[in-house]
Design a protein around this ligand. Structure first.
Ligand code: KIV
Length: 257
């Protein structure tokens, strides 16, 4: 089976380009907190900010399956309220809502949604939303047994797929094989988890070299847009100063027109 492709988008034009490129799934990830809004952690993004981006992406990619991340601010609410926040994404056109971590509270929320027929994606391994209080680092589960137990719990809760972020390659491959052999169809999407997953996801701003403050080891840059942008802005400034822009003829109006 062909590997599944997923990329993030937070705005209208990126979504248009992803749809034109026929990327299988677009993720409105809460990574937008860092790479689009400049927050330090994904915990800081609000539901409203996520929703504005989600709606722009849906307008740009009306035909593609879109996954919306349920932000931290929603995940920490009582499940009756978190459920309503998730519903808001489905009502705005999300095909799938992604919920990070496999804690009992998240599993209960996932089950509440899947029992009603909504599609949910899980996310285990490195989970940036779970920033620990004392060392300020996101939670990072690498233990084989724990990962298998979390993946099975997510399967039981009814997820249609799960992101495996920075899961060691051989564990990601074993997990994928084990999940793909289950009676209900389910797939894995890897990020920094090797080639053995059912598909791959990257943060588009990393892939395009638009976010260049740091580069995770697993990222491949297919463009250098930050440099291209800076060069274009410098060229514009020079041309404005040197009276090269706007060009002379674009200033003249013909009276007959
Ligand atoms: O928020 C995000 O972009 C994500 C991906 C890194 C999987 O969750």
């Amino acid at each position: 089976m062909a590997k599944i492709s997923m990329l993030t988008a937070y705005d209208f034009n990126t979504a248009r380009a992803l749809e034109e490129a026929q990327i299988d799934y677009i993720l409105v990830g809460d990574s937008l907190a860092n790479v689009f809004l400049g927050y330090k952690t994904t915990q800081e993004v609000s539901l409203e900010e996520m929703m504005i981006c989600f709606k722009a992406v849906r307008r740009g990619a009306p035909k593609t399956k879109i996954v919306a991340d349920l932000p931290y601010v929603s995940v920490i609410k009582p499940n009756s309220e978190a459920y309503k926040d998730a519903l808001a994404f489905y009502e705005a056109g999300a095909n799938i809502v992604k919920i990070e971590n496999a804690e009992p509270k998240s599993l209960e929320l996932i089950k509440m949604l899947t029992d009603e027929g909504y599609q949910v994606m899980g996310h285990i391994g490195y989970t940036p939303q779970s920033v620990e209080k004392f060392n300020g680092k996101p939670s990072y589960v690498k233990d084989r047994e724990l990962l298998f137990s979390e993946a099975n719990k997510l399967y039981e809760a009814g997820v249609m797929a799960m992101v495996l972020e920075m899961v060691p390659d051989e564990i990601a491959e074993e997990l994928t094989e084990s999940l793909e052999s289950k009676s209900r169809e389910i797939f894995t999407i890897g990020i920094g988890a090797g080639q053995g997953t059912s598909g791959q996801v990257l943060v588009t701003d990393d892939l395009l070299g638009r976010f260049n403050l740091f580069k995770p080891r697993f990222v491949k840059r297919y463009a250098e847009q930050y440099q291209d942008m800076t060069r274009a802005f410098q060229d514009y400034k020079s041309e404005v100063q040197e009276l090269k822009f706007p060009e002379q003829q674009s200033l003249s109006f013909s009276k007959n027109k």
